[in-house]
Write a protein that binds this ligand. Structure first.
Ligand code: CA
Length: 232
């Protein structure tokens, strides 16, 4: 059986050990790197299925590493950051990261994120056959078979999580979806600690589809409850 390959980039030995112990109990193989130079070498030679990347490394900024890797690879990257500021995460996502974990994170969170990232790398290899419909709402179009979304005919560049989020909302147009429902649909789990992540991804998604993200036309916020895709 194929064991997915994970590259763990982290300079904190305690966290590296936690991740190693977690991966050892699962069907994963892994390599580790403790700085940016090592990360770049492993990114080239190891051919990982997922990269778990600490943003704060001694020799390089994690965001620069993401940009470098993205210049030649689409490997899913999960960013791990001690910083709780949303801005760092948004910067990492804009640079091409797929998902993120905030330290301290639980083993369950780590494994849930890994499963999502691996599902995504497998879907990329075997393009969708099942879904073939096209969703249209105002100027927004989603081609489920191609896995692409368009605004006024122009492709919107979405991260895999943003795309899933958009699809969940689109498939339930007109209905208010709770935070828990969305978290379960997008990440496969609904940990209370994930609600802030949802807010961050919603903000980055809105920046891409709304002409004025502070007055969204498509995705309406229901404070304390969830979100709703509005039929245009
Ligand atoms: Ca660090």
């Amino acid at each position: 059986m194929y064991k997915p390959k994970i590259l763990v980039v982290e300079d904190d030995p305690a966290i590296t050990n936690l991740v190693r112990t977690t991966l050892d109990t699962q069907e994963y193989q892994y390599h580790t790197a403790k700085n940016g130079a090592g990360a770049m070498m492993e990114a080239v030679s190891y051919n990982a299925d997922v990269i778990i990347l600490d943003l704060g490394l001694p020799d390089m900024d994690g965001v620069d590493i993401i940009k470098k890797i993205r210049s030649w690879s689409l490997v899913p990257i999960i960013v791990v950051s001690a910083r709780s500021e949303d801005q760092d995460k948004v910067e990492a996502l804009d640079a091409g990261a797929d998902d993120y974990l905030t330290k301290p994170f639980s083993i369950d969170e780590l494994l849930a994120r890994l499963r999502v990232a691996l599902r995504r790398s497998r879907t990329d290899e075997a393009p969708a056959q099942a879904q073939s419909s096209i969703y249209r709402n105002g100027n927004l179009t989603i081609d489920y078979a191609a896995g692409c979304a368009y605004m006024e005919g122009k492709e919107i560049h979405l991260t895999p999580i943003e795309y899933k989020l958009l699809c969940v909302l689109a498939k339930n147009t007109g209905k208010v979806l709770t935070h828990n429902y969305i978290l379960k649909e997008v990440w496969g789990s609904a940990l209370a600690s994930d609600t802030p992540s949802l807010r961050v991804f919603m903000a980055t998604l809105r920046k891409k589809i709304e002409s004025n993200p502070s007055e969204p036309k498509y995705i309406q916020t229901h404070i304390g409850v969830g979100y709703r895709m509005i039929r245009q």
